[in-house]
Design a protein around this ligand. Structure first.
Ligand code: SF4
Length: 199
């Protein structure tokens, strides 16, 4: 697996905002979004499962965030998720929702209560979500771009749905407020780590 960086910080977005979390940021993504704020330098370290688990075991934190880039393109990511769940970690996967990945096949019995997918569908993929991921998705996060309209938003009962304005773009916050007025179950999200000036 191509690991760009591992670090202990605070989750700055979504339902788990404010929690202590250990981030594993993987290198690479299958999409090329124009607004991507995680454009990474061409640096990564190839790490296998035991090496990653070794680093994780040295942390005090039990909330592990797998992020990127797109973590689900990494070969071996299913084994990593499984190994973390078996060790009773809470595993949060931040994904764009496009990868062909069957979350339901292995994790129902091994601790799905500890598995939380945060999915951020993107205009580059037509806002499509792989139906195999729906089992694990607990929250959706939509960046409020020029393209985004209500028809693009997955609106299933029980899902938390965040609208996240683009930092520094007034049209984006105004549009988010309009969409929330039109659909009351949407929530306004922020990237709190940017206010706190932490990674
Ligand atoms: S899906 Fe996320 S990481 Fe990938 S290019 Fe788009 S914004 Fe960047």
């Amino acid at each position: 697996m191509k690991v760009h960086k591992m670090f202990h910080s605070i989750q700055g977005e979504g339902y788990h905002m404010g929690k202590s979390a250990f981030f594993i940021r993987f290198y690479g993504c299958n999409l090329r979004c124009s607004f991507c704020d995680t454009k990474l330098p061409e640096t990564w370290k190839e790490m296998d499962l035991p090496e990653i688990m070794d680093v994780v075991a040295k942390q005090s934190c039990k909330h592990i965030v797998l992020t990127g880039g797109e973590p689900l393109i990494q070969s071996g990511i299913e084994d990593l998720i499984h190994a973390l769940l078996v060790e009773d970690y809470f595993v949060q996967v931040e994904t764009n929702g496009t990868c062909d990945y069957d979350a339901s096949s292995r994790y129902v019995d091994s601790g799905d209560k500890n598995l939380w997918f945060t999915c951020s569908p993107k205009p580059d993929s037509g806002y499509k979500i792989n139906p195999h991921l729906l089992f694990a998705i607990k929250e959706l996060k939509y960046i409020v771009t020029q393209e985004l309209e209500l028809e693009h938003i997955e609106n299933e009962e029980g899902l938390l749905v965040w609208l996240q304005p683009q930092a520094g773009w007034e049209y984006s916050i105004m549009k988010a407020l309009r969409l929330i007025r039109e659909c009351n179950r949407l929530r306004l999200g922020i990237q709190a780590h940017k206010f706190w000036d932490i990674e």
